[in-house]
Structures are given as structure tokens and as C-alpha cells.
Design a protein. Structure first.
Length: 202
């Protein structure tokens, strides 16, 4: 384990700070071009869904916890596009939060995102059509449901990747780690966490 941590620490300090989460920029641009007429709440949710559906699923040799986005050094032609897109799509105001945001981890770990999605859909369906701001309130709950499902779907992609890597692994110890990781990602964050590993991954 100490050797694993040493390798991961070395990788962290060797990382080039010029790298960019380019897939995110492209996903935000696609979302805005397709759905830019939507109000900010729904647009945010659709962007979250596009990012999680299109981002690369990266599992490195030493990973036991996954979810790190793929950041890259841009090729010259990509740098030109980044310059053109950055103002609108690198940190767009419609896909931003003010200050620091900390999720209610106790709620997430105890209930899971699928239960939160269920509640959001129920609250949306229960809104009387003539209620004040019913449209905006329904949009809010539906956006929550979209975001919850998007993250669950991303975790499923990680589970599938981990299972594939496990089948290809020559080292029995690493194969077992990847099989455990696949099982963890199939469960969380959609369902309640039962173990420390599940809680950290969620």
C-alpha cells in the first residue's frame, strides 16, 4: 500500500497544471447550442447530463476510488478552439455556483441518489397546476431528477469499465480490486452506502 501511495503521490506532483478538462468545455457548448433557450435551472441539468454521458471513464492502475476527469494538454488546433470557446463555455454563468457548495453527505449516503430522484419526481407530480410558480417549481424538481440520474449513469459506466479491466487483468490481486470497484460503482451513489469504500466512492 505504501508503494501505491508513493506512485499516486508522484503522479500528482508530476501533473502538468496546463491541462484542461476539455471534454467539459465541449459538452457545455453542445448543450448550450441545443438547449440555450431553456431557463438556467433546466439548462444546468441538461449540461450535467451531457458531461456525465460523454466524459471519458478513466481508471488508472492504482485507482481504488474513481471519478477523476480526463484533463489533457491541448493540441494546437484545440488551443485555437479553446481560445474561441473559453469566454462562453469554460466557466459559463449558467453552469456555476456561488461560493463553496457542500452536499448534504449524510442524506446522500443514507438514501442514495435514486431515492432522491424518486422524491423529486413525486414532488414535481404533486404540484397543483394552478399553484404560484408551479412551472418554475416543477422545473426545479425535474432538474434535480435529471442530475441524480446523470450521476448514477456515470457510475454505471465506471462499473462497466472496471469489470472489463478486471477480466483483462493478469494480476489476481488487481483483478480482485477491480471486481470490488465494479461492485461498488454499481451500488453507489444510486443506493445507500454500506461500507467505508462505498461511502468514499459515493
Amino acid at each position: 500500500m505504501r508503494e501505491r501511495i508513493a506512485r499516486m503521490r508522484a503522479r500528482l506532483f508530476e501533473a502538468d497544471d496546463r491541462t484542461v478538462f476539455w471534454e467539459r468545455v465541449l459538452a457545455l457548448r453542445r448543450t448550450h447550442r441545443a438547449h440555450g433557450q431553456e431557463r438556467a435551472t433546466r439548462l444546468y441539468a441538461l449540461a450535467m447530463r451531457e458531461i456525465t454521458a460523454s466524459m471519458s471513464v478513466v481508471i488508472r492502475d492504482d485507482d481504488l476510488i474513481v471519478g477523476e476527469p480526463r484533463e489533457v494538454l491541448l493540441a494546437p488546433e484545440e488551443e485555437a478552439l479553446f481560445t474561441a470557446y473559453a469566454a462562453e463555455y469554460f466557466q459559463p454563468p449558467w453552469f456555476a455556483t456561488r461560493g463553496h457548495m457542500t452536499p448534504a453527505w449524510d442524506v446522500l449516503l443514507e438514501r442514495g441518489l435514486l431515492d432522491l430522484r424518486r422524491e423529486a419526481m413525486e414532488r414535481s407530480a404533486a404540484l397543483p397546476p394552478d399553484a404560484d410558480d408551479a412551472g418554475q417549481r416543477r422545473e426545479f424538481w425535474e432538474a434535480i431528477a435529471i442530475c441524480c440520474q446523470a450521476v448514477v449513469d456515470l457510475s454505471t459506466r465506471y462499473a462497466e469499465r472496471a469489470a472489463w479491466l478486471a477480466q483483462a487483468a493478469a494480476d489476481p490481486a488487481r483483478r480482485a480490486e477491480l471486481e470490488r470497484l465494479a461492485a461498488v460503482c454499481r451500488r453507489v451513489p444510486g443506493l445507500p452506502a454500506r461500507t467505508f469504500h462505498e461511502a468514499v466512492q459515493a
